[in-house]
Design a protein around this ligand. Structure first.
Ligand code: ADP
Length: 226
């Protein structure tokens, strides 16, 4: 459905993404894992058309922004816009009919209140609700589980399964092993702007211990805690 070819991105003289080659198929869930600053969000912004880059992104349906639901790490809302109005705005942007919101308000958000007054988790849930109503084909979910309560995490996980079953492509960035385990078909490890490893579902069992060894090494011993 979408493939990324030799994508590189620099901010000034700093190379943030280097020669990324990835392929995302329909009906699959992909995880992108990497330390803070590895380049995950930058990669997502490039796919969403929010950043310029070198290389190519090929899509079956045209420009990704026209069929992409992008949940940002910290969704931004203009002041004086209610939850309801935000959803309406995003539906209008895609020419989707504004639905009977009572049935679609899956997280029971106070949609008549200003979105800027929402907590971090509520903002994320509002933005997630809105992209679900847009009839997207591709979803990029940047840390969808962060700051969100456990009940909502269960709902988000189930929705990801459902979207996968509908043939959508989903790309998730997360720092939580259990949720990656529950949802992903394939995980890409990103380090300093490069994909250093691809882990298939059948290899997930070892992912946590491999990551631990890879990340910690003997750092903790050297700390010599007293
Ligand atoms: P991640 O999402 O994996 O935490 P980011 O993609 O946000 O990483 O950041 C990757 C690198 O790019 C970091 O070193 C960050 O400081 C840098 N970076 C991100 N956005 C900008 C920007 N707008 N201007 C300059 N540097 C940026």
């Amino acid at each position: 459905m979408i493939s990324i070819e030799n994508l590189s991105k620099s901010y000034g003289s700093k190379l943030v993404l280097e020669n990324i080659n990835l392929n995302f198929e329909k009906g699959k869930v992909y995880g992108i894992v990497g330390e803070n600053g590895a380049g995950k969000t930058t990669l997502f912004k490039c796919i969403a058309g929010l950043e310029k880059y070198n290389g190519a992104i090929h899509c079956e349906y045209g420009k990704p922004k026209d069929f992409l639901g992008y949940l940002q790490t910290e969704p931004f809302f203009f002041s004086k816009i209610t939850g309801n109005e935000y959803i309406q705005l995003l539906c209008n942007a895609r020419n989707v009919i504004y639905p009977d919101i009572k049935e679609k308000n899956i997280f029971d958000l106070p949609l008549n209140e200003y979105a800027v007054k929402y907590s971090t988790g509520m903002r994320k849930k509002l933005a997630f609700t809105a992209i679900l109503l847009q009839e997207n084909k591709l979803f990029i979910l940047d840390e969808p589980f962060n700051g969100v309560d456990i009940h909502s995490n269960i709902i988000i996980t189930e929705i990801i399964h459902k979207l996968k079953g509908m043939g959508k492509s989903i790309i998730i960035s997360s720092h939580i092993f259990s949720t990656l385990n529950d949802t992903c078909d394939e995980i890409f490890l990103l380090k300093n702007g490069k994909i250093i490893k691809t882990v298939l579902k059948e290899e997930f069992r070892n992912l946590e211990s491999e990551m631990k060894a890879f990340t910690i090494g003997n750092k903790i011993e050297k700390l010599n805690l007293k």
